[in-house]
Design a protein around this ligand. Structure first.
Ligand code: BES
Ligand code: ZN
Length: 754
């Protein structure tokens, strides 16, 4: 799935179809044609493709001419492209269907191979036309190409790729059958489309001058997709989701010693591939959200327009963006932002109270393993305090030294990092945290504040700043919470404790499961699991999440309901399971079932023609935890029945139980040579796989086992993922050692276990 490669699909008549497609980013254009393959060496491309007459040929530009060449083939020549980087060049040749809209200045199309209902491209097609018009306005520059194509590719390593004028997608990230897919899938499709279209400006028109500036592409496209999604679908409230999604992803990865600065030196292809990670995407976008809040959104966008205009068809470094934002705002942006992109990590801000009107704040480097050494805690970050008080939000306060005191209107009520637009964790005293819990109940905090505060508390417990029992008490106190996103963070944080405790005594694990049940079951029963046309987008996701969470921690009523639905579904009534809860019903059926359920889900995978349905089946299979069924799931990986692009899917369910986690690692050690052969280190997937096969471990012995296996082996292409997995295991080892007794006692004291 790199360079100019073949992709296969099933024709409606059962024969196999072939597609020739390309994926050049970051350094595979050189596999397709000789070139100076670096982002700053831009060129104009005139592409000619020679192919069978009946096939469709696509490239970045529109067709200039077609002529017949020997053997009855045709030569299709495309118009000359503007000045562009090699990694954005694209070719596609195959039998293709398309739909088109003229709602935008230039024609917009969605293409798909036969066997896909092209009408499923309608949502992405319309959204693309609207989004292009919107970006032209916001970015102040017209889309410069004569057409915009988007195409579904059956074999694709990434989610999508922003080739200028010809964006390539995984089938599930472009085509949407609203009868078959739920609310979460729809939101994902919108995100991917709006992300790739943002690149048409950020990345394609203005390009980083080297890969160490990758965040300028990926961080910005991530920020822009959220920004535009919020405009088109305000009722989805995606900026609330952002706090539990990108912000937590950034803070999670960047809490590891083996994280890296946003701007990190990279040379070899196998190094470049590894920085397409949560630092470039999520932390990058968080840095933009932070500066946008600090400057105000209008000023921020004015700076963005100046940046794009000044550097159109050129290349930039991070400083160029800060300069344009400084220019637009009259503020020294570079001074405050440089530290965030040049240094690894972020601070934890500890707050204490001096008197009724003064707080003392202190920053220190935050590490999840809780073992910061003095030499790792030298950088002072400019921390935007975002003080929320009875008078509203004060965005002007900045902590730019180690420690300082600040006046607040009253310590009766205050919270830092209003809406969690800052990149840090806040550590409050237990008494203050309790007061904030009460403030949450009184409606004094935003959804972002509540979710972010829970996330901070959870992360601080896992690294030893607080007792885990304290966080469990805090979560328990949120039982009257009404918002989806806050619940989503509560459930994630309980899950994080459970994941770290997964190899501990059954009594404690059962106790945690009982706690989870007490938290989610009443609300799950109250909201129910019926879906109707009138349910809002968030309400659908909320019901689905509670149903799945309660069912998988043993809620008898929901298990019975799921089994009932599953039975009808397998008997042929496809409407028995709503798409929003398909994954949960399958998972519950497999967790509390046996071979019969397993065969049914596998059969569903084999017979469904919809990629979203097939993916659900694959992701759930691993939930079955008998030795025989674990083996069958693992045997699937190299069976030829699963495309390489989907190899990680069956591992998802296996990671939910101790037997699966052990079996995954063993399988990896036994199949290592074959894995490396199929997923060469210079391409991007091996790192993801190594992390999947190792990072769920929690014990010292397991850590040693992983280290021993890789001892003496080349780790090129995945050294970052491996180091991060090892750090993640270390942090869990330390957490359980530190708070094992604390949690056991809490579970007992609260009567969750005998
Ligand atoms: N430029 C990337 C695709 C890419 C990733 C190329 C890694 C080479 C290596 C593209 O814009 C992208 O970011 N795609 C994301 C989807 C997006 C919505 C976050 C993906 O592939 O998951
Ligand atoms: Zn991207």
């Amino acid at each position: 799935m790199a360079g100019f490669y073949r992709s296969t699909y099933n024709n409606p008549d059962g024969t196999q179809g072939l597609l020739a497609v390309s994926q050049m980013e970051p350094t595979d254009a050189r596999r397709a044609f000789p070139c100076f393959d670096e982002p700053s060496l831009k060129a104009e491309f005139t592409v000619t493709l020679v192919a069978d007459k009946k096939l469709t040929c696509l490239s970045n530009m529109d067709v200039a001419s077609e002529s017949e060449v020997k053997d009855g083939k045709k030569a299709v020549t495309f118009n000359k492209s503007p000045l562009m980087s090699t990694y954005l060049v694209a070719f596609v040749v195959g039998e293709l269907n398309y739909i088109e809209t003229n709602d935008f200045r230039v024609p917009v199309r969605v293409y798909a191979p036969p066997g896909q209902d092209i009408e499923h491209g309608r949502f992405s097609l319309d959204l693309a036309a609207k989004t292009l018009a919107f970006y032209e306005k916001v970015f102040g520059i017209d889309f410069p190409l004569p057409k915009m194509d988007q195409i579904a590719i059956p074999d694709f390593a990434q989610g999508a790729m922003e080739n200028w004028g010809l964006v390539t997608y995984r089938v599930v990230d472009l085509l949407l059958d609203e009868k078959v897919s739920g609310a979460t899938t729809k939101e994902r499709v919108a995100e991917v489309v709006q992300h790739e279209l943002a690149h048409q400006w950020f990345g394609n028109l203005v390009t980083m001058d080297w890969w160490d500036g990758l965040w300028l592409n990926e961080g910005f496209a991530t920020w822009a997709s959220w920004y535009s999604c919020n405009i088109f679908y305000p009722e989805w409230k995606v900026w609330e989701t952002y706090v539990t999604d990108n912000l937590q992803r950034a803070l999670a990865l960047d809490s590891l010693r083996s994280s890296h600065p946003i701007e990190v030196p990279v040379k070899r292809a196998d190094e470049i591939n590894q920085i397409f990670d949560a630092i470039s995407y999520s932390k990058g976008s968080c840095v933009l959200r932070m500066i946008s809040t600090y400057l105000g959104e209008d000023v921020f966008l004015e700076g963005v327009r100046r940046y794009l205009k000044k550097h159109a068809y050129g290349n930039t470094q991070t400083g160029d963006l800060w300069a344009a934002l400084g220019d637009a705002s009259g503020k020294s942006v570079e001074e405050v932002m440089d530290v965030w992109t040049k240094h690894v990590g972020y601070p934890v801000v500890t707050v204490t109270e001096k008197d009724e009107k003064t707080i003392q704040v202190k920053q220190n480097r935050f590490l999840r393993t809780g073992d910061v050494k003095p030499e790792e805690d030298k950088v002072i970050f400019p921390v935007f305090l975002g003080l929320r008080s009875k008078d509203g939000i004060d965005e002007s306060l900045t902590l730019d030294k180690r420690e300082d005191s600040f006046e607040v209107p009253s310590t009766e009520f205050f919270k830092l990092n209003a809406n969690h637009t800052g990149l840090y964790r806040t550590s409050y005293t237990p008494e203050r945290l309790e007061k904030l819990g009460e403030a949450a109940k009184k409606g004094l905090l935003s959804v972002e504040d509540r979710a972010g505060m829970i996330a901070d508390a959870g992360a601080l417990a896992s690294s030893g700043y607080q007792k885990t029992s304290g966080v469990l008490n805090l979560l328990k106190g949120f039982d009257s919470e009404k918002e989806f996103i806050v619940w989503s963070e509560i459930i994630s944080r309980v899950a994080a404790v459970q994941a770290a405790w997964i190899f501990e005594d059954k009594a404690v694990r059962d106790g945690l499961e009982a706690f989870q049940r007490e938290l989610v079951s009443p609300r799950a029963h109250q909201m129910g699991w019926e879906f109707s046309e009138s349910d809002g987008h968030i309400e659908q996701q909320f019901k689905a999440m509670l149903f799945g969470s309660a069912g998988l921690c043993g809620d008898e009523k929901i298990i019975a309901a799921a089994k009932e639905m599953f039975k009808k579904f397998i008997a042929g009534d496809k409407s028995a399971i709503h798409p929003n809860i398909r994954g949960s019903v399958f998972s519950i059926a497999l967790k509390y079932g046996g071979k019969e359920e397993y065969d049914a889900v596998l059969n569903f995978y084999r017979t469904s023609t919809n990629s979203d349905e097939r993916n659900t089946a694959l992701r759930c299979l691993g939930r079955a935890n008998s030795p025989e069924l674990i083996k069958r799931t693992l045997d699937l990986l190299f069976s030829g029945e699963i495309k390489d692009q989907d190899i990680y899917m069956p591992t998802a369910g296996l990671r939910s139980h101790p037997e699966g986690i052990e079996a995954l690692f063993t399988w990896m050690t036994e199949n290592w040579d074959e894995l490396v052969k199929r997923f060469p280190p210079q391409l991007s997937m091996l790192g993801t796989l190594v992390s999947i096969f190792t990072s769920s471990f929690t014990k010292k012995e397991q850590l040693a086992k992983v280290e021993k296996f890789f001892e003496g082996k080349s780790t090129n292409g995945f050294e970052m993922s491996l180091a991060q997995s090892l750090d993640a295991i270390r942090s869990k080892v330390a957490w359980v050692e530190r708070d094992g007794e604390d949690v056991a006692k809490w579970v007992k004291d609260n009567k969750y276990s005998a």
